[in-house]
Design a protein around this ligand. Structure first.
Ligand code: DQA
Length: 151
Protein backbone atom coordinates (compact mmCIF):
# COMPACT_ATOMS: atom_id res chain seq x y z
CA UNK A 1 0.00 0.00 0.00
CA UNK A 2 1.22 3.51 -0.82
CA UNK A 3 2.48 5.54 2.10
CA UNK A 4 0.96 8.92 1.21
CA UNK A 5 3.71 10.69 3.08
CA UNK A 6 6.89 9.50 1.31
CA UNK A 7 8.27 11.54 -1.59
CA UNK A 8 11.16 9.88 -3.38
CA UNK A 9 13.75 12.42 -4.54
CA UNK A 10 16.15 10.99 -7.10
CA UNK A 11 19.40 12.57 -8.24
CA UNK A 12 21.22 11.27 -11.29
CA UNK A 13 24.82 11.18 -12.47
CA UNK A 14 27.29 13.85 -11.40
CA UNK A 15 24.88 15.58 -9.05
CA UNK A 16 27.02 14.35 -6.15
CA UNK A 17 29.54 16.95 -7.36
CA UNK A 18 27.20 19.91 -6.91
CA UNK A 19 28.85 22.83 -5.17
CA UNK A 20 32.09 22.01 -6.96
CA UNK A 21 30.88 21.20 -10.45
CA UNK A 22 30.45 24.14 -12.87
CA UNK A 23 29.22 26.53 -10.12
CA UNK A 24 28.52 29.15 -12.80
CA UNK A 25 25.83 26.81 -14.17
CA UNK A 26 24.69 24.83 -11.13
CA UNK A 27 25.44 27.17 -8.21
CA UNK A 28 27.53 26.69 -5.10
CA UNK A 29 25.05 24.76 -2.96
CA UNK A 30 25.73 21.08 -2.46
CA UNK A 31 23.30 18.23 -3.09
CA UNK A 32 22.96 17.90 0.70
CA UNK A 33 21.83 21.55 0.79
CA UNK A 34 19.16 20.83 -1.85
CA UNK A 35 17.97 17.71 -0.06
CA UNK A 36 17.68 19.75 3.16
CA UNK A 37 15.58 22.31 1.25
CA UNK A 38 13.31 19.53 0.00
CA UNK A 39 13.07 18.01 3.48
CA UNK A 40 12.14 21.36 5.01
CA UNK A 41 9.43 21.99 2.42
CA UNK A 42 8.16 18.43 2.80
CA UNK A 43 7.93 18.72 6.60
CA UNK A 44 5.76 21.83 6.21
CA UNK A 45 3.31 19.68 4.25
CA UNK A 46 3.42 16.59 6.44
CA UNK A 47 5.57 14.76 3.88
CA UNK A 48 8.83 12.86 4.27
CA UNK A 49 11.68 12.84 1.75
CA UNK A 50 13.60 9.72 0.85
CA UNK A 51 16.64 10.61 -1.27
CA UNK A 52 18.92 8.59 -3.52
CA UNK A 53 21.76 9.86 -5.67
CA UNK A 54 23.40 7.49 -8.10
CA UNK A 55 25.75 7.71 -11.04
CA UNK A 56 24.27 4.45 -12.34
CA UNK A 57 21.12 4.30 -14.43
CA UNK A 58 20.08 0.90 -13.09
CA UNK A 59 20.14 2.10 -9.48
CA UNK A 60 17.69 4.86 -10.36
CA UNK A 61 15.46 2.46 -12.33
CA UNK A 62 15.40 0.07 -9.37
CA UNK A 63 14.63 2.90 -6.94
CA UNK A 64 11.58 3.80 -9.06
CA UNK A 65 10.51 0.15 -9.06
CA UNK A 66 10.85 0.01 -5.27
CA UNK A 67 8.75 3.18 -4.97
CA UNK A 68 5.79 1.58 -6.75
CA UNK A 69 2.97 1.09 -4.30
CA UNK A 70 5.11 2.54 -1.49
CA UNK A 71 5.88 6.19 -2.25
CA UNK A 72 3.32 8.89 -2.99
CA UNK A 73 5.37 10.81 -5.57
CA UNK A 74 8.73 11.00 -7.30
CA UNK A 75 10.83 14.13 -7.84
CA UNK A 76 13.66 13.35 -10.22
CA UNK A 77 16.64 15.30 -11.46
CA UNK A 78 18.02 12.69 -13.84
CA UNK A 79 21.15 14.71 -14.79
CA UNK A 80 22.31 13.79 -18.28
CA UNK A 81 20.08 10.67 -18.22
CA UNK A 82 17.28 13.16 -18.88
CA UNK A 83 18.32 13.28 -22.48
CA UNK A 84 18.61 9.60 -23.38
CA UNK A 85 17.45 7.17 -20.67
CA UNK A 86 14.48 5.34 -22.08
CA UNK A 87 14.94 2.86 -19.22
CA UNK A 88 14.22 5.62 -16.71
CA UNK A 89 11.33 6.79 -18.91
CA UNK A 90 9.80 3.30 -18.83
CA UNK A 91 10.31 2.91 -15.07
CA UNK A 92 8.62 6.25 -14.38
CA UNK A 93 5.78 5.35 -16.75
CA UNK A 94 5.11 2.37 -14.48
CA UNK A 95 4.94 4.56 -11.36
CA UNK A 96 1.37 5.44 -10.48
CA UNK A 97 1.76 8.80 -8.66
CA UNK A 98 2.88 12.32 -9.55
CA UNK A 99 6.33 12.63 -11.13
CA UNK A 100 8.12 15.99 -11.14
CA UNK A 101 11.12 16.39 -13.44
CA UNK A 102 13.52 18.86 -11.85
CA UNK A 103 16.57 20.70 -13.17
CA UNK A 104 18.73 23.35 -11.54
CA UNK A 105 19.57 24.91 -14.89
CA UNK A 106 17.22 25.45 -17.80
CA UNK A 107 18.27 22.76 -20.29
CA UNK A 108 16.08 24.32 -22.99
CA UNK A 109 18.34 27.38 -22.97
CA UNK A 110 21.58 25.39 -23.19
CA UNK A 111 23.22 22.97 -25.67
CA UNK A 112 21.07 21.56 -28.46
CA UNK A 113 21.40 18.01 -27.09
CA UNK A 114 19.96 19.08 -23.73
CA UNK A 115 16.76 20.33 -25.34
CA UNK A 116 15.30 16.83 -25.59
CA UNK A 117 14.00 15.20 -22.42
CA UNK A 118 12.88 11.59 -22.66
CA UNK A 119 11.59 11.91 -19.09
CA UNK A 120 9.25 14.84 -19.80
CA UNK A 121 6.59 12.70 -21.57
CA UNK A 122 6.08 10.64 -18.40
CA UNK A 123 6.36 13.55 -15.94
CA UNK A 124 3.37 15.31 -14.48
CA UNK A 125 5.35 18.51 -14.94
CA UNK A 126 8.83 19.99 -15.09
CA UNK A 127 10.57 22.62 -12.95
CA UNK A 128 13.76 23.97 -14.49
CA UNK A 129 15.99 26.99 -14.28
CA UNK A 130 15.28 28.16 -10.73
CA UNK A 131 18.44 26.74 -9.15
CA UNK A 132 18.08 25.31 -5.66
CA UNK A 133 14.69 26.93 -5.20
CA UNK A 134 13.44 24.28 -7.61
CA UNK A 135 13.59 21.70 -4.82
CA UNK A 136 11.12 23.73 -2.74
CA UNK A 137 8.93 24.35 -5.78
CA UNK A 138 8.92 20.67 -6.69
CA UNK A 139 7.87 19.60 -3.20
CA UNK A 140 5.14 22.24 -3.15
CA UNK A 141 3.85 21.03 -6.52
CA UNK A 142 3.78 17.47 -5.20
CA UNK A 143 2.02 18.54 -1.98
CA UNK A 144 -0.62 20.34 -4.01
CA UNK A 145 -1.10 17.33 -6.28
CA UNK A 146 -1.43 15.02 -3.29
CA UNK A 147 -3.83 17.37 -1.57
CA UNK A 148 -1.61 17.81 1.51
CA UNK A 149 -2.34 20.75 3.73
CA UNK A 150 0.35 23.25 4.62
CA UNK A 151 1.05 23.68 8.31
C1 DQA B 1 20.72 19.08 -15.04
C2 DQA B 1 20.74 19.44 -16.52
C3 DQA B 1 21.30 18.30 -17.35
O1 DQA B 1 21.34 18.65 -18.73
C4 DQA B 1 22.73 17.98 -16.89
O2 DQA B 1 23.23 16.87 -17.62
C5 DQA B 1 22.84 17.77 -15.44
C6 DQA B 1 22.10 18.66 -14.54
C7 DQA B 1 20.26 20.27 -14.15
O3 DQA B 1 19.91 20.05 -13.01
O4 DQA B 1 20.27 21.42 -14.62
O5 DQA B 1 23.61 16.95 -14.96
O6 DQA B 1 19.81 18.02 -14.85
Amino acid sequence: MTDRSIVLVLSGPNLNLLGDRQPDVYGTETLADHVATAEGAAARHGLVVEHLQSNHEGDLVEAVHAARGRCAAVIVNPGALTHYSWALHDALAAFDGPVVELHLSNPAARDEWRRTSVVAPVATGTIAGFGGDGYRLAVEAVARLLGSTAT
